[in-house]
Unconditional design. Structure first.
Lengths: 236, 265
């Protein structure tokens, strides 16, 4: 929480200084929108567990995953349910505090239309599912890599920039912006923030997110199916 | 005897890490990318603007590079302190106290991660680029300043690390706070400090002496006036600040260790 707020303050300062250098607005982001963007981003970060643990990968490495595979459940759905459950708590402890902090102490851009609030919640939930699907794929890679910490580190250092946590994707040069929106990364953070700020059309953003949620979960499902074929249980 | 122990410990660490070459290579690359993260942020911002806080792109890159190289060196030697809460919680810190060596150097040598050289490499590469592209009236003194700045910066960051982690002797779950100070000050010092609001600047630039890692030395090198009004010679005081910070960190550490009580397990 301390780290979250400190980084929020630093990012607000740098972005606002950039706005000042550009006559107060860059690509639809004024002072209030920028503050809102930063604090919602800092909140969502904890809510969607962007940098969650690689528990499953550790279980693959230690062999404990066999127990998970024995159980009469679908491993992917079970883990997703765990994440969704955790997010209920994270909503209160991780999402609400930085957003309230930003609302109370900084110029804040509230949604113009009341319907944006529920749409934002839906968008954040889809983002949570996509974040889970990403991490599930990275975890499942441990069936082949055994030690996937390198890949995990790679995810940790690239996801922040690609999903629009540090700089709004609208600030990127046009080619990079277009390329990024073809990937599922902006669906993790930039899309829910855009829904909240009323940037772009909300139904379109939600459809884009839903599309990637289905694709990423599907990929995870396929990867797990293939992985399970490789598992050899020794003894019992 | 004691003077040979540390080189031996470090040597053993390094050999063990180089034995997994593929894993090491991947870790190394990840560290270079981690270092480039903030670089990309700066480059993206400068596609929209021409100056940040009155500094051009290459001038900001110079500050970022000084901060990055210094943080990389500090991370190599002091980053291990992040494990301190675990040592304290599990009681393994007792083991360090039993050995006839200083506790702080023992922790620093405990897990030197060679991959962190990736960070330093990234920082130095950008530093070379920035130095080649900013207007500097070179003189022997300024060459010395360029060499000394990352070292003094590393000492300042390390001192900050030691002090921030000392909090964990009182608050066992103090890692979160420590990270906010250590990683936060790296993010802070990568930009000209005049972009921050007054309270934030006061804490992160002068209480935590982050301003002396990159900002003031860069001003001295560029021969620029400080927009915040401090005189020009401040840019040359980083080594002094580093020495003071190190001394303060040593005192805080001794004080903290004296207050250590084992967990009893």
């Amino acid at each position: 929480m301390t780290t979250n707020v400190v980084f929020g303050l630093l990012r607000v300062a740098v972005l606002v200084a950039a706005l000042k250098a550009a006559d107060g607005e860059i690509a639809d982001y004024g002072i209030a929108a920028t503050n809102t963007y930063v604090w919602i981003g800092q909140g969502l970060l904890g809510f969607i567990l962007l940098w969650g643990t690689n528990e499953l990968a550790e279980r693959v490495r230690s062999g404990d995953v066999v127990v998970d595979l024995y159980r009469p459940w679908n491993l992917q759905s079970a883990l997703l349910a765990e994440d969704v459950g955790r997010s209920g708590f994270a909503f209160l402890t991780r999402l609400a505090p930085p957003v309230l902090f930003g609302m109370l102490l900084f110029p804040f851009q509230f949604p113009e239309n009341a319907v944006q609030w529920p749409l934002f919640l839906v968008s954040a939930l889809i983002a949570l599912v996509i974040s889970f699907a990403f991490r599930f794929l990275i975890d499942v890679s441990a069936f082949w890599l055994i030690d996937n910490r390198g890949l995990y580190g790679f995810w940790n250092v690239t996801s922040g920039l690609l999903c629009g946590l540090t700089v709004p994707i609208a600030f990127f040069p046009e080619w990079a912006r277009e390329a990024l929106w073809m990937t599922p990364f902006p669906a993790l953070l930039q899309a829910p923030i855009d829904v909240f700020l009323g940037h772009g059309s909300a139904p379109k953003l939600l459809l884009y997110q839903a599309f990637w949620a289905v694709v990423m979960l599907g990929l995870g499902h396929l990867a797990l199916q293939r992985a399970v074929r490789k598992v050899v249980v020794q003894g019992g | 005897m004691a003077d040979l122990i540390y080189p031996r410990l470090i040597g053993a660490r390094l050999r063990s890490q180089l034995s997994y070459r593929a894993s090491f290579a991947m870790d190394f690359v990840t560290q270079v990318i981690a270092q480039c993260y903030e670089l990309l942020v700066i480059l993206v911002l400068f596609t929209q603007i021409t100056a940040l806080g009155g500094f051009t792109k290459n001038e900001v890159l110079l500050m970022y590079a000084f901060a990055g190289a210094a943080f990389g060196v500090a991370d190599l030697f002091a980053g291990q302190l992040d494990n301190l809460p675990t040592y304290i919680r599990t009681g393994t810190f007792d083991v360090l106290l039993m050995r006839p060596l200083g506790t702080l150097p023992q922790i620093m040598c405990s897990d030197i991660r060679l991959r962190r050289i990736g960070r330093i490499t990234g920082g130095i590469a950008v530093l070379a680029y920035a130095l080649a592209n900013v207007p500097v009236d070179w003189s022997p003194a300024k060459v010395a300043l360029t060499v000394v700045t990352p070292i003094a910066g590393a000492v300042i960051y390390s001192a900050v690390w030691v002090v921030a982690c000392s909090v964990c002797f009182w608050i066992v779950e103090g890692r979160e706070f420590a990270n906010a100070v250590t990683y936060g000050s790296n993010a802070f010092t990568s930009y000209p400090i005049n972009v921050y609001s007054r309270p934030l600047r006061w804490v992160m630039a002068f209480v935590v002496p982050g301003a002396f890692v990159a900002y003031y030395p860069s001003l001295a090198l560029l021969g620029k006036q400080d927009p915040l009004g401090l005189p020009g010679w401040v840019g040359w005081t980083s080594p002094l600040v580093a020495a003071l910070a190190a001394a303060a960190a040593g005192l805080v550490w001794r004080f903290a260790v004296r207050h250590y009580r084992g967990t009893g397990s």
